[in-house]
Design a protein around this ligand. Sequence first.
Ligand code: ZN
Length: 224
Amino acid sequence: MKIFDNIILIPGGGNCYLIEREQECVLIDTGMSKKASKLIKTINRNFPYKPLEAIILTHSHQDHIGGTEELRKLYKPSIIAHEKETPYIEQTKKLPSFEGFGGFMLKILEGMLGSPSSKVDKKVVDNDVVYGLKIMHLPGHTPGTIALVDVENQILFCGDIINADKKGKKILPPKKAYAIDYEQALKSSIKMLEVTSPSVILPGHGSPILEPEKAIKMYLDEYR
Ligand SMILES: [Zn+2]
């Protein structure tokens, strides 16, 4: 699904975004492992002559990094993530296990899909800019969760820092069941919306919020 001429949303599980640039294309997140074939088809159909030069991972959850290894073998992109998230993506460290419903669901997913891992080639920190995207380190959902701001067009790729509803009208808070520190995750979501003025919000789950001004105001009024 084309959001703009140069941005394609590949939905299902976690949303992935394929960005076309002048010389190359870049992918944000890779969904669950079974999504790799869908991503490969989308890349080959839309940008057969532009190499997939980088995959930027917003965080280490398996519905965001599952397809990475398959794409890496095929296109040899540089895998980029925040330095604090890298050990969880490379699986040299494990995230603390969740209690309650979130932990139960993640265990089921892990049983079904295994726990994907990938080597990270480039570690980034807050305020770095890669491929025209500014990194915002906003921990809470996981220790090294990031959002990305397209510097030129103020498009906000927010991963799981907030959620969007199915209609793309309302901003929902981060999911408590999946956050390692919910209070911090909530603070991070507020900070993100206070310091950016996005023209569009492209979330990790739910529909794109194409006119976010009112939704941001409502969210900040309710949660700040
Ligand atoms: Zn997540």
